[in-house]
Design a protein around this ligand. Structure first.
Ligand SMILES: [Zn+2]
Length: 67
């Protein structure tokens, strides 16, 4: 099973989730995040929005917007 992880703001593809693993790729580098209890924060390369993802699902916290 494969699921795309996209920026919540601009829909840019951040990574691909394959089963329990999260695959992240940027240019020449490729990262695989594995484990039951991980927490990954990705800053979108397009809009710089912060996207957070964890193995344990938590409700999103409200973030105070500045600017
Ligand atoms: Zn974005």
């Amino acid at each position: 099973m494969e699921r795309e992880w996209r920026c919540k703001k601009c829909d840019t593809l951040l990574g691909v989730e394959r089963g329990a693993r999260l695959h992240l790729r940027y240019k020449q580098a490729q990262y695989v995040v594995d484990g039951d209890d991980y927490n990954v924060i990705a800053v979108c390369r397009n809009c710089s929005d912060v996207n957070e993802r964890g193995g344990t699902q938590e409700p999103p916290r409200p973030v105070a917007a500045s600017g």
